[in-house]
Design a binder for this molecule. Structure first.
Ligand code: FES
Ligand SMILES: [Fe+2]
Length: 385
């Protein structure tokens, strides 16, 4: 069933249907479970042959959420992203159309843009070929030297791209359909209002851990009272809900303050209830909806089975209008970065060491249904490739 805001005031931050389930779990001192535990061989985190197949099937042959359409708020804007080691350029040209390209100059491959901004044309730093935001080549110093090459073949190479409920979905190979890739979960994302999000800041980590171990730290609240006892344990309550939508999944948890609203009649609920909802999108993106912001984690494999990168981008829900708001959002992001950077990720590296020294299995409890979902989903995708 698709969650909507149709039965409530449009000012509500979270769909009431999800809030009701979270409050039910809180009242019942329970959580959504999987039918039983699941065992995963530790070699899935260490096997270089499997790693190569994951690169091909899950990453280089797939579609990926790379950001929010709010990052390209008007014609004449562009952003660049690293997507599983692929430099990607996304533009909104004067015609307002969203486009994606390999960020590789058609002269000799250098990246034609860096960061993000507004521009009429993008100029490659190597020999100054320039490109329109629609990809057409616009200028070439000493163009006579290339006059035998049909100019229309020298435009930037396009990638499949789609607006999925305000998220930018990009295919890394030409035959990928980014709309179909997220169709199972797209209706569930519409309440999030991604098209108005504005990025506040970004953090990037390189870890000595398999990408799946880094992703897994985002999938359960079981560890919060222990690993995060000095930071998050006073905020996050262990009464999560869980749902899957094809390859994708959602979970959520109540947060501190639930004790003050749990017995209120619904008509007295405040517009922002104290919960968080987490969407996890195939193959490796996490979107955390907090009461005041949205955080996007993009987890990618590194060059080897035991390396990965994690990008965390923090967005405000609406465009920021004053510096006070910006500072408040930035403080939130810095706190999140501190927690994951000093608590979750060092632990992920420890888990990787555990796998590498010959541990036989990882065990996912019935209280960790998201981990079970993701490990089954990745395995199915590899088996069906
Ligand atoms: S590589 Fe871009 S102009 Fe030469
Ligand atoms: Fe954590």
């Amino acid at each position: 069933m698709t969650v909507t805001n149709s039965d409530q005031a449009t000012s509500d931050r979270f769909p009431r249907e999800l809030v009701r389930r979270l409050l039910d779990n809180y009242r019942g001192k329970t959580l959504d479970h999987a039918p039983g535990p699941m065992t995963e061989p530790a070699t899935v985190f260490t096997d270089p042959v499997r790693f190569q197949k994951e690169l091909e099937v899950l990453f280089h042959g797939g579609a990926h959420i790379v950001g929010w359409t709010g990052e390209l708020p008007k014609p004449g804007t562009y952003i660049t992203k690293n997507v599983a080691g692929h430099p990607v350029l996304v533009t909104r040209a004067e015609d307002g159309v969203l486009r994606a390209f390999r960020n590789a100059c058609t002269h000799r491959g250098a990246q034609v843009a860096d960061g993000c901004g507004e521009a009429r044309r993008l100029t490659c730093p190597y020999h100054a070929w320039s490109f329109e935001l629609n990809g057409d080549v616009a200028g070439q110093p000493q163009a006579y030297a290339f006059s035998d090459i049909e100019k229309s073949t020298l435009g930037l190479q396009a990638l499949p791209v789609a607006d999925v409920a305000g998220l930018i979905a990009v295919g890394l190979s030409d035959d990928v359909d980014p709309v179909a890739a997220f169709a199972d979960i797209e209706p569930q994302l519409r309440w999030c209002g991604y098209e108005t999000h504005e990025i506040v800041c970004q953090h990037t980590w390189t870890l000595k851990a398999n990408w799946k171990i880094a992703f897994d730290v985002n999938l359960e609240s079981y560890h919060v009272d222990y690993l995060h006892r000095e930071t998050l344990s006073n905020l996050v309550l262990h009464n999560p809900i869980y749902d899957s939508f094809g390859k994708h999944a959602r979970w959520g948890f109540p947060t501190v303050g639930t004790e003050r609203v749990v017995d209120l009649p619904e008509e007295h609920w405040p517009p922002t209830m104290p919960v968080s909802i987490v969407h996890t999108l195939f193959p490796s993106v996490v979107l955390l909806e907090t009461p005041v912001s949205c955080q996007m984690f993009r987890v990618y494999p590194g060059r080897n089975v035991n390396e990965c990168t994690v990008d965390l981008t923090e967005a405000s829900l609406k465009p920021i209008v004053n510096e006070e708001d910006r500072e408040a959002r930035k403080r939130g992001a810095d706190f999140a970065a501190l927690v994951v950077g000093t608590e979750d990720f060092p632990t992920a590296e420890q888990c990787q060491r555990g796998a590498e020294i010959g541990l036989t299995n990882f065990n996912f409890g019935s209280n960790e249904p998201m981990l079970q979902h993701w490990h089954r989903t990745w395995q199915n995708a590899l088996d069906n490739a």
